[in-house]
Design a protein. Structure first.
Length: 289
């Protein structure tokens, strides 16, 4: 019996060593090496965040973030020397960092705000979109701005920067958190909350896609600064450079602005004019070759 116990213990040690070696090997493999080996770049995006990532009427998964990710994949193809397929996987504020850290996705290309706290867990690309948090309310609501927040029931997305800011700066609000945007908006339509808060561009997407857009108002000045970036596993310099250079090339060539016009222009899914300040910010991030 003792010999069996010793043998099983030895097997457990060997198995643990093997698992550790596999984990170390996986961690040592850079994202570009993984893409070269598999021929696939897995991208985390949203399914209900127009126009960054959503399912359209043709049941196609499309959006601004997806188009930008395809530009990154095109540069990855040149780097690895063979075709690279883009595989899309749904991500949310609560799941995107775990998905990235676990290796389930290689890149997050959705409405993810660059923050100092998040930079402790992941690396970010340069800024590719700028907005700020506001509120969505029923037309005619007396709720007009952050000044009216005391005692109000405010729907937020779990894990969002909006939730964090409101909890820290406006404890007098009654926050009701939801796992995703559709759930938060549903609570608003059902009258269970007084307002739904998110980044202004996301609220514009909700309003534009609502059955009756005139029923909803976006109110209040920005109460936060929300610079969006693509997220990657921490410390992978080669892949981060690839992503940054792809975005710089798109801005420098004008392709970025064509895609912006496609999704946010007057004929786009969610009209949202690019301010002169935002355009200057994009252009100033392009460093010399």
């Amino acid at each position: 019996m003792r010999r069996w116990t010793i043998a099983l213990a030895a097997l457990a040690v060997v198995a643990a060593a093997g698992a550790s070696a596999w984990t170390d090997a996986a961690a040592a493999e850079g994202t570009l090496d993984k893409i070269k080996r598999t021929g696939v770049m897995v991208v985390g995006v949203r399914t209900a965040s127009p126009p960054f990532g959503f399912i359209n009427k043709q049941n196609e998964w499309v959006g601004f973030g997806i188009d930008l990710a395809r530009l990154v994949a095109a540069d990855a193809e040149k780097k690895v020397g063979h075709p690279v397929k883009v595989e899309l996987k749904e991500s949310t504020p609560a799941t995107r960092i775990p998905l990235l850290s676990s290796g389930a996705v290689d890149l997050i290309a959705e409405t993810m705000t660059i923050t100092r706290t998040r930079r402790e867990s992941v690396d970010f690309s340069l800024i590719y979109f700028v907005t700020g948090a506001q509120f969505l309310v029923k037309h005619g609501s007396p709720f007009k701005s952050i000044k009216d927040i005391a005692g109000k029931r405010i729907a937020t997305q779990q894990g969002s920067t909006n939730e964090k800011i409101l909890r820290e700066r406006y404890p007098q609000a009654q926050l009701v958190t939801f796992p995703d945007q559709p759930a938060g908006f549903a609570a608003l339509t059902q009258g269970r909350v007084d307002a739904y808060t998110n980044d202004g561009i996301q609220l514009a997407g909700l309003k534009a896609k609502a059955p009756n857009p005139a029923e909803w108002d976006i109110v209040g000045e920005f109460y936060s600064y929300e610079p969006y970036g693509m997220a990657m596993r921490k410390g992978d310099t080669d892949f981060r450079n690839l992503v940054d250079f792809a975005l710089m090339n798109a801005i420098e060539s004008g392709e970025y602005f064509k895609l912006y016009e496609k999704w946010f222009g007057p004929k786009g899914d969610v009209p949202y004019a690019l301010s002169a300040e935002a355009r200057a910010l994009m252009e100033l991030q392009v460093v010399p070759k």
